[in-house]
Structure formats: structure tokens, C-alpha cells
Design a protein around this ligand. Structure first.
Ligand code: SF4
Length: 635
């Protein structure tokens, strides 16, 4: 009530008349003073609340009348199943489904609710993108491109688009209908493939300055200059790899243009993903031959110590962040080693800041302490690593049995299946042993270690893996080579130890701008947690010049401390896309024979790849192949 209004209605004299405690109680019953009525007395304020009507406004605002589930699939490979809440057909909010715990596999094994809630702030805010002003509402085509299409794709004498249509980035996009958009795409695919088919097409490419090897690689098939990139499979296995499937189907176009049958038709080119955008950690392949060694982040709870090197788990593995924080609640120690204080650092027990690019030196510092204090796991080193193998000191190459054993033939392997030239491996689900091409196996040959009991060199084959024999790890030994030369040999362990001896904590402290104590402390912690230390490297460092060194030195530390291949003790470079292999039907989806599509419910897809792979590095490299000397590195 307005104070002036009150003054008008009660005079000063009247107020004094009514003043006094008893009078006020009486007045409270008058309508004018009803506001001053005391609230009901209560010992517990939670028992009684005077009025909640005002809440209705807010409840109405957030009330919804429908919901549906959808897959959140941005560029982060997490693919959370989210729930949208709608009102009058408009999505109001997004949230987690809390349904992961209900999932079962085909055998009926049930998941755990510990996977919930699977979501992140980006997913919650996705609604702003869906209804945001910059959302894509309709198909549109660059103005000049549309004019070129409308003009029937005229070309310069060398085959290129005339310059007047080449105003990419300088002109607007124009709205078109879906039918027109599809028609333009279909026509340009047809036009490009026709233009570059045959000798005349190859000639145009030469005139445009393409490297002769690239032109030759088309074999006069115009569809080979059409490039498709499916992106990362886990962002939507069928949605994104639909591009690869489409590239395979382009063989239909080639069959029509060149008038060939399905036996001669060629599809388009498919660009790579994993290695091109550097999800691939190069040192993993160098150290162990696999594309990537990795563990699911859910295994955090099996570790006693988690070391994150250049990986910001909280910010980049959002829906899996809870595994890390829950592990910490249970006592797992978290350490971040990075060039910055990152958002995971405030969840860590120790934060080690190193100078950018110096992480390989830091890892060698860890190895230095582990060697010096003899903290390594001798049994694991001898049985599971190549550290006992002998190296010739004259050539710095691995010693081979045929270099000192007359007429040595590679051993017959019991645990490896060899494939003859041209022989195909069995389906993945039928593979019980390692499969190696015979040619490659013969190229690798066998290996040699020094047996301390025999005091002599002994042959080591792939069948000896996982058997810790009485191998020497240190020392220099002499062998008599078949050419009569006496050759000094040393175990890899011995040589690596010498290399690491230069990386003392003090030297590493200077290189990395970090406290030497941070090297010694972590080395001892990792060694104290054998089989229980997870070392997760980030993908960001894969972009840099030292990308293979940070992996190889990381593998060295994990090899020494038995932290490879265990649920709680492993090394990884999590990108998530390796999980694409879980979708074991993908090859059939991508490379289903477009000439014989399975249309019936009972029909089986026929696998027939018509496309060819190509690395997008071509285009990163000025649209030319990478050639060093006479060696072509681009396929
Ligand atoms: S992590 Fe976030 S953005 Fe990524 S899929 Fe899940 S909810 Fe969507």
C-alpha cells in the first residue's frame, strides 16, 4: 500500500488513538490492517508455509507435455543418448536419459546405472543451437556456383571452372529448395566424373598442374577424382559412414559413364580420418605395431594412480569425467602433467607443469630414476618387452640368428598363423591367433637374447612372448659372426639405460622448467603401483613435432613398471574412434555391392568395395603427393 494513501486514510490523531499493543491486535482484524496479522505460530518452519501460489508461475514455465530420446552427436565421439522435453511440440529442455543402466547386450547381460548420468553442459545447452538464429534452416548454394550450374558447368580450356564463378568467400549463398539442391549435387558429380574420364580427362588434370603420379593413379576413371570423407565413425556410425557408402555407390556412375560392367566399375576416393586429424598417436604404432593401445575410461576405478599427460579429462571426456572423480573418492591418486593448469588439475592430487614440448624429456627423467633405483619389474621386462634383445654395437641393429648360426631358418611358430601371398585372413570372429603375412614374418625373422645361465646367445621367437627367461639385461657380450668377425652386442635395456642416464632429475628440471623432485616423486609412485598405474596421453600432443617421442618414452616407463595391458595399469591415447571397430557390421554397410543391394528382410548384404582410400594429407600438402627421394609416401 502506498504510504501517502495510508496517511490520507489515518490521521495522526487517529493513529495515536489506536496505538498501543492491545489496540493493534484489535486493528489487525480491520481490513485496513489485515497485512499486519501475525502468521500462525509454529516450532518447525518446514511444517507450514503461508502461500505457494507464486510458484505456479515458475511451474507453468517449466511444465512440459511430451518427451523423446535422441543421440547427441557433435564432434566429440561421446554420443550420449539424451532426452528432450517438449511443450506444444517445441523442445524446452535437454537432459540425460538415466537409461544406461537398463541396457542389456544380446546375451541379456545388464549394464550398471553407474554409467549415468551421461551428458555434459554442452549437451544441456544444445537447445540453443537447435533454435539459435544461426541454425541451418534450408539448403543454400553459393551464388556463383549456382550460376555455373545453371549455365551447364562451362569450363576453361584446361577444364577448370571459369574465374567469374570462383568467388568463394566473397559472395552470398542463395536459398534453394531440396529438389533443386539434390539436382545440383547429382549434376556436378556426373559432370566432374565425365570431365575427367579417359585420356582427355587425364590430359586436363596434367594441364592443371597435377603431379603425373596423381594423374596416373586415376587410370582415366573420372570417379576417382571425387573425394568423400566420412568423418569419425563414432559420431554416428551409419550417418557419417553413409558418405563412405555413397563413395562406394559411385561405381554405378562410373559404370554408366564408361559403359563398363560391375566387374570393371570403380567408385570414388574415401579420405581417412583417424590419422589425418591426428587422433593417431604415431609412437603407439612404432612401439607396438598396433594403431593405438587404449583402455576404456571406465577402468579408472581399477587404478591406484592415474597420470594424465597433456590430456584434460574433465573438459574433453565430459560424460566420462565422473569415472575419474569417483576413482579419486575411492583413493586413486590423480596427477596432471601438462603445460598448463587445466580444469582437471583442480581435481588432481599433484599438478606438474612442464614446458610445452618437453614431455619426452620428462618421461626419460622418470625412466632415469626407475633405472637408477632399480625400481623396474624385471620379470615383466624379460617376458613382455623387447628390452632383453641383443643389439650389434657395430651396426646398432638387432642381432639376427642367421648372423651367427649357419643355415639358420626362421622357427616354425605355434602361436602365429601365417598367410601366404594373396591368402585372405579368416573373418575377425574366427581369428584365434595372431595373423601375419608370411613374407612379413620372414622379413622380421627371429631374435637373440643373452642367456645368463648358459652365458651364451639364445634364439628368441614370437612363441617365447610372456615367458620371463634368464636373460641378461645389462652388459656387453661378444659373439662370433659367420663372417668370422667378433661383434660386441648389448641388450636394448642396457642401451636405453645409458641413454636415460643423461636425463637426471636435475637435467630434466632444467629442460622442463619443473622441480626435479616432481620427477623423482612420480617415478617412485609409478614404480610403486605396478599394474595399477593408468597413463593417459592426450591427442593434442599428437599435433606436434615430438608426437612420436612422447609416446615412445611413455611406453618405456610403462614397460619398465608393468603398466601395459592391465585393467588398472595401462597406457592409452583416448580418442574414442577406435570404438568404431565395435560396429562390426560397418564394412558391410559401407561396401555393400551397389549393383546387388540386399532388399529383402532375409537377404544378406554382399561385400564389394569399389572405392579406394586416400589420405586427406594430399590436400594439406598443397594438393601434391609427399615424395622423398624416389619414395612416394602418399598412396
Ligand atoms: S558429451 Fe555432451 S556434447 Fe558430447 S555427446 Fe555427450 S552430451 Fe553431447
Amino acid at each position: 500500500m502506498d504510504l501517502n494513501d495510508l496517511n490520507k486514510r489515518i490521521s495522526r490523531r487517529e493513529f495515536l488513538k489506536y496505538s498501543g499493543a492491545g489496540a493493534l491486535v484489535l486493528l489487525a482484524n480491520e481490513p485496513l490492517f489485515a497485512l499486519l496479522r501475525p502468521t500462525a505460530a509454529s516450532d518447525n518452519p518446514l511444517d507450514y508455509y503461508p502461500s505457494r501460489d507464486w510458484e505456479k508461475v515458475y511451474r507453468d514455465l517449466v511444465a512440459t507435455d511430451g518427451q523423446f530420446c535422441f543421440l547427441c552427436a557433435p564432434n566429440d565421439t561421446h554420443n550420449c543418448l539424451l532426452k528432450a522435453y517438449t511443450k506444444n511440440g517445441v523442445a524446452m529442455f535437454f537432459g540425460p536419459t538415466y537409461g544406461y543402466g537398463k541396457a542389456t547386450d544380446i546375451y541379456g547381460n545388464q549394464s550398471s546405472h553407474r554409467w549415468d548420468p551421461r551428458c555434459c553442459q554442452k549437451g544441456l545447452a544444445l537447445i540453443r543451437k537447435v533454435y539459435g538464429p544461426r541454425r541451418v534452416k534450408y539448403p543454400s548454394v553459393r551464388k556463383g556456383f549456382k550460376e555455373w550450374a545453371d549455365a551447364g558447368f562451362p569450363r576453361d580450356p584446361d577444364g577448370r571452372m571459369p574465374e567469374k564463378y570462383r568467388n568463394r568467400g566473397k559472395e552470398p549463398f542463395v536459398k534453394v529448395g531440396w529438389d533443386e539442391a539434390f539436382a545440383i549435387v547429382a549434376k556436378i558429380l556426373d559432370n566432374v566424373a565425365r570431365t575427367y574420364t579417359g585420356e582427355a580427362g587425364m590430359d586436363l588434370l596434367r594441364r592443371q598442374g597435377y603431379d603425373p603420379a596423381m594423374v596416373e593413379a586415376t587410370h582415366g576413371t573420372g570417379t576417382q577424382v571425387l573425394k568423400f570423407r566420412g568423418g569419425m565413425p563414432l559420431l554416428g556410425a551409419t550417418r557419417i559412414f553413409g558418405m563412405n557408402r555413397f563413395a562406394n555407390s559411385i561405381a554405378l556412375l562410373d559404370a554408366k559413364i564408361r559403359g563398363v560392367g560391375s566387374d570393371k566399375a570403380v567408385g570414388a576416393r574415401v579420405w581417412d580420418s583417424y590419422s589425418w586429424h591426428t587422433d593417431l598417436p604415431p609412437g603407439h604404432t612404432m612401439a607396438c605395431g598396433h594403431q593405438t593401445i587404449d583402455f576404456d575410461l571406465a577402468t579408472a576405478e581399477n587404478a591406484n594412480l592415474i597420470v594424465l599427460v597433456g590430456m584434460n579429462w574433465i573438459s574433453t571426456k565430459m560424460p566420462d569425467a565422473h569415472w575419474l572423480t569417483e576413482a579419486r573418492l575411492k583413493g586413486t591418486q590423480i596427477v596432471t602433467v601438462a603445460a598448463e593448469y587445466q580444469s582437471t588439475s583442480n581435481k588432481a592430487d599433484r599438478v606438474i607443469i612442464v614446458r610445452p614440448g618437453s614431455d619426452p624429456a620428462y618421461a626419460l627423467g622418470l625412466a632415469n630414476v626407475i633405472f637408477k633405483e632399480r625400481l623396474y619389474d624385471e620379470e615383466f621386462v624379460k617376458g613382455h618387452t623387447d628390452l632383453p634383445l641383443l643389439v650389434r654395437t657395430d651396426t646398432l641393429k638387432l642381432l639376427k640368428p642367421q648372423e651367427f648360426i649357419a643355415n639358420y631358418k626362421p622357427a616354425q611358430l605355434k602361436n602365429t598363423v601365417l598367410l601366404k601371398d594373396g591368402e585372405k585372413p579368416p573373418s575377425a570372429y574366427k581369428q584365434e591367433k595372431q595373423i601375419v603375412a608370411e613374407k612379413l614374418r620372414n622379413e622380421w625373422g627371429d631374435f637373440v637374447a643373452w642367456d645368463r645361465g648358459l652365458n651364451a646367445p639364445v634364439v628368441v621367437t614370437r612363441d617365447d612372448a610372456a615367458q620371463a627367461k634368464n636373460f641378461a639385461l645389462e652388459g656387453t657380450f661378444k659373439i662370433k659372426a659367420l663372417d668370422g668377425k667378433e661383434v660386441a652386442v648389448r641388450p636394448v635395456f642396457d642401451m636405453v639405460q645409458e641413454h636415460a642416464s643423461h636425463f637426471t632429475p636435475e637435467a630434466v628440471g632444467r629442460i622442463c622448467h619443473t622441480d626435479p623432485e616432481a620427477v623423482t616423486w612420480l617415478a617412485r609412485e609409478i614404480a610403486a603401483n605396478k599394474g595399477k598405474t593408468l597413463v593417459a596421453y592426450g591427442m593434442g600432443p599428437n599435433h606436434f613435432f615430438n608426437n612420436d617421442l612422447k609416446d615412445r618414452t611413455g611406453f618405456l616407463v610403462c614397460s619398465l613398471t608393468r603398466n601395459i595391458g592391465f585393467h588398472g595399469g595401462n597406457i592409452g591415447s583416448y580418442a574414442g574412434n577406435y570404438r568404431g571397430a565395435y560396429f562390426n557390421g560397418l564394412p558391410y554397410y559401407i561396401a555393400e555391392d551397389p549393383f546387388h543391394i540386399a532388399l529383402g528382410k532375409e537377404d544378406h548384404a554382399q561385400y564389394k568395395p569399389y572405392f579406394r582410400y586416400e589420405s586427406a594429407h594430399y590436400f594439406n600438402y598443397g594438393d601434391r603427393p609427399l615424395r622423398v627421394g624416389n619414395k612416394e609416401f602418399t598412396g
